[in-house]
Design a protein around this ligand. Sequence first.
Ligand code: DDK
Ligand code: ZN
Length: 419
Amino acid sequence: MKYMILQGLVAAALAVAFTRHFDGDKAFRVKPQDEGQVELVKYLSSMVQLDFWRPDSAHTIVPQTDVDFRVEADQIKTIQTLLEQNGMQYEILFQNVQEGIEKQFDGKPNSSNRRYSYSKYNKWEKIVAWTANIAAKYPKLVSRIQIGTTTEERPMYLLKVGKQRSAKNAIFIDCGIHAREWISPAFCQWFVKEATKTYGKDKLMTKLLNSLTFYILPVLNIDGYVWTWTADRMWRKNRSNSSNTNCIGTDLNRNFDVQWCSIGSSNKACSEVYCGPAAESEKETKAVANFIRNNIQSIKAYLSFHSYSQMLLYPYSYTYELAPTHEELNDVAKAAVGALSSLYRTNYTYGPAASTIYPTSGSSADWAYDKGIKYSFTFELRDRGKYGFLLPEYLIKSTCKETMLAVKNISSYILRYVS
Ligand code: DDK
Ligand code: ZN
């Protein structure tokens, strides 16, 4: 017994010691006015390790677009001096990133441990137990499917939601491809909660669940998500060491087999947009791709949830050329964004990914589209940089409620015109 307590204490001490702290780190926002200033930011990132929040790397910086990045405490003077010397204006989004991390947890304390909280960020251990409980609680509406295991051997669970015995028309939703985008898994949990709670009460939701099947993947990049809770809150990639270098992790939204490792990706293992040693090299990507291939007949839409920027994106991301069904996708996106902003007036931009956010290759949504899943969308949820990835818990409810309207809007379109 004494030994176990000691062991527990050592583990806790190690976790604390091991957990990365961001004390004194700041998040900056700059807006390069011209190519010269774009080059300056790229130069800064070659001098100092910058953690790009938006866009995802120095490669995709363009003039007249905000660039958000985190600077480590001991580099701030250097960065501020260089920006000022070059007459480049900047704004501080976070004076102390560590504080921002701690302030995320501001949700009302969960009164009963029995009741699951959808307005708080939940650890993987809680989410995995929830997937079993919700399927057991609503057997006629929810079933749990294991589609694979992660690099660190954690089970990847998909929730099949809907009344249809055999899925004729389905919508696949992936959350948590990027570890630090915590609002994404929170939304997938919220969706399942809403489906089970309002079935038989909410007319539209009842109709959708009677005629469509939703495949919900609450956390695609589980190992990365766990790592953001235990070691590094700002982690993005998975936790594989496929590159056999000192740098860990592949960007799973660069690892799908579509124009793999071309534009907007990097073949450098230390890059935040590392595409991996090969397309579908990662167990997490392979598991999703196999499931989609095995169910391609029934899957009519693919939705991928990320943060932050408040954008609704559709193909293509790997080229600036318009997708064959561009007009229709644009109309569907416009209607969905309209439905979303009807609740709290939250502004979303929408459009083809390459020109609306930045070009990327190997993304799940583009891959699904080129597999024939015509309705493929990527959501960049709240916000636009005030909190960024550190969206406080008190904003989970409003973010999820408005996003539900967009998803129900797209789903009813699928129901009307596809099934
Ligand atoms: O993977 C990214 O960098 C963002 C989410 Se953070 C999405 C980029 C667009 C992908 C559209 N298929
Ligand atoms: Zn993302």
